[in-house]
Design a protein around this ligand. Structure first.
Ligand code: SF4
Ligand code: SF4
Length: 267
């Protein structure tokens, strides 16, 4: 019965063009080894007690737009993805409601303005942790969820549902190569070299930088996901060499293009 429902959700996701999809049993949040840095108030059942499963979907950030960051191009792409995630998760929750299972989508960005994050740098629910527990990837030094398909260049949205669905396997092994490019290229040194969760992003510092970019209509930053070598999308876009972001020699055309984009649409 719930296997059938899972297949129906998978079919729906495919029809909607959603490339990444996973399910986490709600009990996984209660394993203290998985989530020792997450207070219980952030668990799905603390937020909505009827939750039995969390469905997570992921949409990729297209690398050519991200490479221009900070830029209006990446900013608009980011907003488009967030909007699609909110629409898709809402529609999937409605699909499940129609099947008789009470369900609700969680907003992609749970804050009113980037300035709020400087004082209170977390949202009421973590889509990254949900994606991890739904088997979509594992954490890198940059504190982002790395996926085989897109590395950290993917954004997630979640649906809380009362349907008891079969969960997907949590991904074993590590995708992060510990190359430290994210640490070295962060413009405000907000990352440490320790693995997650020992090395946590200095969230207030990162949010402070985003706030500065926001004043110029250039947020978000995105550097630590741009430079990460993990992800099949790098080969798809012929960008296996991540050294091009630091070295102009041999990548003159790319640098000229990025500079052109950055000159327009922002202050
Ligand atoms: S988003 Fe930017 S400022 Fe924040 S940790 Fe990543 S590289 Fe650093
Ligand atoms: S840039 Fe390197 S160290 Fe950072 S998350 Fe990616 S693989 Fe890991």
């Amino acid at each position: 019965m719930t296997d059938d429902l899972k297949q129906k959700i998978q079919t729906k996701c495919r029809e909607m063009g959603i490339p990444l999809f996973g399910i986490a049993d709600v009990c996984r949040w209660e394993d203290p080894l998985l989530n020792r840095d997450m207070p219980e108030a952030f668990y799905p059942r603390s937020i909505w007690p009827e939750t039995q499963s969390v469905i997570v979907i992921g949409l990729p950030v297209h690398l050519p737009a991200l490479e221009t960051s900070p830029s209006v191009w990446y900013r608009e792409e980011y907003r488009t993805i967030n909007s699609l995630l909110d629409q898709y998760t809402y529609r999937l929750a409605e699909f499940l409601n129609g099947q008789g299972y009470p369900s609700v989508s969680v907003p992609r960005d749970g804050y009113g303005h980037v300035s709020v994050l400087v004082d209170k740098p977390v949202s009421f629910f973590s889509h990254r942790h949900a994606a991890y527990l739904a088997g979509l990837g594992n954490f890198g030094v940059n504190n982002m969820l790395l996926t085989p398909q897109y590395g950290p260049r993917v954004r997630f949205g979640s649906i809380l549902t009362a349907a008891p669905l079969p969960g997907d396997q949590v991904m074993e092994g590590q995708l992060c190569t510990r190359c430290m490019q994210c640490v070295e290229q962060c413009p405000v040194q907000a990352l440490s070299e320790d693995d997650y969760p020992d090395g946590l992003t200095e969230k207030a510092t990162c949010a402070g930088y985003s706030q500065t970019l926001e004043k110029h209509y250039l947020a978000p930053c995105g550097v630590c996901i741009k430079v990460c070598p993990v992800g099949e999308d790098r080969a798809h876009y012929h960008r296996e060499d991540t050294g091009i972001y630091r070295n102009r020699a041999g990548a003159e055309g790319c640098h000229r293009a990025w500079e052109h984009v950055r000159r327009y649409g922002a202050r």
